[in-house]
Write a protein that binds this ligand. Sequence first.
Ligand SMILES: Nc1ncnc2c1ncn2[C@@H]1O[C@H](COP(=O)(O)OP(=O)(O)OP(=O)(O)O)[C@@H](O)[C@H]1O
Ligand SMILES: [Mg+2]
Length: 246
Amino acid sequence: MLQVKEIYKTYKKRGQIIKAVKGLSFEIKEKESFALIGPNGAGKTTTIKAILNLIDLDKGQITIDGQDVSYYETRKLIGYAPEIPYYPTHIPAIKLLQIYLELYEKKIEKEKIEYYFQLVKLENFMNTTLSNYSKGMQQRFSILQAIITEPKLLILDELTSGLDPIGQYEIIEIVKNLKNKTTILFTSHNLAEIEQICDNVMVINKGRSIFYGSISELKSQSNGDLYKIFFELITQDNQKINQEGF
Ligand SMILES: Nc1ncnc2c1ncn2[C@@H]1O[C@H](COP(=O)(O)OP(=O)(O)OP(=O)(O)O)[C@@H](O)[C@H]1O
Ligand SMILES: [Mg+2]
């Protein structure tokens, strides 16, 4: 369903060139849950921004069902909850959603909107402005605005970061509920979460793929402790980069 082919992205910052993504390729099948994992600065959000066509790539191509993501019609198939969400805080949540739906040129009946509010456990806060939402509620609203258009591809970038364990648990339960209903691209630094949600993963380090396969294949690498496996993969790759210099 999603095909990412040999993508490259460099940023220029104060005369410096930052190679954020260096030849990443992967594929996500229909209704699969896929995670991008990697240390801070590995290139996860850059890859997501490329899928959303928010940045221009130096090289490579991204398609959904064979259609390039540079087409507006293709991007309408995506629902996105960003790493750092900014929503207008003075508008009641339901009004905000109605505005999004208009932007997406999508008509969804009131009962369905209420159903989605229930799904993210915000049904008692439909007329509340986001300035009165806690961080956990705002993150659940983020999922809500991403799923309200019933996207074919749902992208969730570090949704649980900064939430207390209850907030994290609530988000994970919601995402587990969505699993197998739509295609999910997920990022998180919480590997226990990834294990619960995702079928396949790509581990990236410094813009390159260092593992691509199923969670069980990844776990089979070293006694099944994902944190240890991740630590070993990254440190070995960093040593290789230091020695070989690429
Ligand atoms: N707009 C930008 N201008 C310059 N450099 C950028 C920009 N956005 C990202 N970068 C750099 O590109 C690299 C990849 O960043 P990216 O945000 O994709 O990483 P990430 O894997 O999402 O990290 P995190 O886990 O911290 O969210 C980093 O070195 C980052 O500093
Ligand atoms: Mg990021």
